[in-house]
Design a protein around this ligand. Structure first.
Ligand code: CAA
Length: 301
């Protein structure tokens, strides 16, 4: 039973839901590439929009390498990899999103950047197309407010690495319609084969509201200088069977993303557990963002 306007599972699944066949992904960074790979592996016609040719080349390389890894791990056949690559196209023109049934915004966690993408998507896409955001923390209602279709905007939050993590958080704003939720739910579960949880439009949704304070605490513990990064990580891997320790996970997510999400959590809920610690601020300022820059709590080739 639904407990409020923003909560609860979609309600109208018995009525026919318009399928999603053509998908757009805006942003080809870590998350955008992963989301595009998931869509292409599901056989969907997938267009990635990036700012320039060099960014397109980076996205293409990330996806190709991840598909090769999936083949090497026996998660994907070689034919399925080729089909996925055939389903992908790239563009630097937002206008090419015009024929998409759904577009997923996955640019950096900056309000200004995301608002500008939402304005552009709204301008070029058909009135019945769904606009989704992969934001980790920015209110869906804020992004929808710059469009002419607030009811058709939904949060669709994937986890890193998107081809591996089964979960997607579906976020319903105060204005998102039940029909949009039904379509988004069907797309994520039936097309992409992911597991869904339904979340209210509050900073951090469910997972980041729990995860980010934990990661910030690990950074504070490391900064106190009494325990090594390796021991903090080993503790959580071997004491709690986490697949990776918190500082390795910080490097995987990206320290700039963690800082941005923590800032939004702190602004919304306050609480010292949500406040970005000084070491995180300094590492971001130094460009030590984790795997993507080759250096974070650890060094990478
Ligand atoms: N495609 C398909 N499957 C893949 C794959 C790919 N590209 N890469 C790896 N896999 C599979 C492997 O086959 C393996 O599966 P099995 O266990 O069934 O054999 C599994 O993923 C693990 O792979 P590896 O052992 O090769 O390990 P890895 O080093 O490549 O990757 C990891 C490990 C998947 C990242 C794992 O350590 C993990 O899950 N870590 C936790 C990550 C996490 O917590 N993510 C959430 C971050 S929070 C977030 O994203 C939200 C936000 O807003 C900040």
């Amino acid at each position: 039973m639904s407990t409020g306007l923003e909560q609860g599972p979609p309600v109208g699944l018995e009525s026919p839901v318009k399928p999603v066949n053509r998908v757009g992904v805006i942003g080809g960074g870590t998350m955008g590439s992963g989301i595009a790979e998931v869509c292409a592996r599901a056989g969907l016609d997938t267009l990635v929009v990036e700012v320039d040719l060099s960014a397109i080349s980076g996205a293409r390389t990330r996806i190709t390498e991840s598909l090769a890894k999936a083949v090497a791990r026996n998660k994907l056949s070689s034919d399925a990899k080729d089909l996925a690559l055939d389903s992908l196209s790239f563009s630097t023109d937002m206008g090419d999103l015009a024929d998409r049934d759904l577009a997923i915004e996955a640019v950096i966690e900056s309000l200004e950047e995301k608002l500008s993408v939402f304005r552009a998507m709204d301008k070029v896409m058909e009135p019945d197309a769904i606009l989704a955001t992969n934001t980790s923390s920015i209110p869906v209602i804020t992004l929808s407010s710059v469009t002419s279709r607030s009811g058709m905007v939904v949060g669709m939050h994937f986890f890193n690495p998107a081809p591996v993590q089964p979960l997607v958080e579906l976020v319903r704003s105060l204005n998102t319609t039940s029909a949009t939720m039904d379509r988004a739910h069907q797309f994520v579960v039936e097309n992409l084969g992911k597991k869904v949880i339904h979340c209210r439009d509050r900073a951090g949704f469910v997972v980041n509201r729990l995860l980010i304070p934990y990661l910030l605490d690990a950074i504070r513990m490391y900064d106190e200088g009494k325990v090594s990064a390796a021991d903090i990580d080993s503790g959580m891997m071997h004491g709690c069977s986490h697949p990776m320790g918190p500082l390795t996970l910080c490097d995987l997510i990206g320290l700039d993303t963690i800082e941005a999400v923590a800032d939004v959590l702190y602004e919304e809920f306050k609480g010292s557990h949500n406040a970005p610690p000084p070491l995180l601020r300094r590492m971001v300022a130094a460009g030590h963002l984790g795997r993507k820059t080759g250096k974070g709590f650890y060094e990478y080739q």
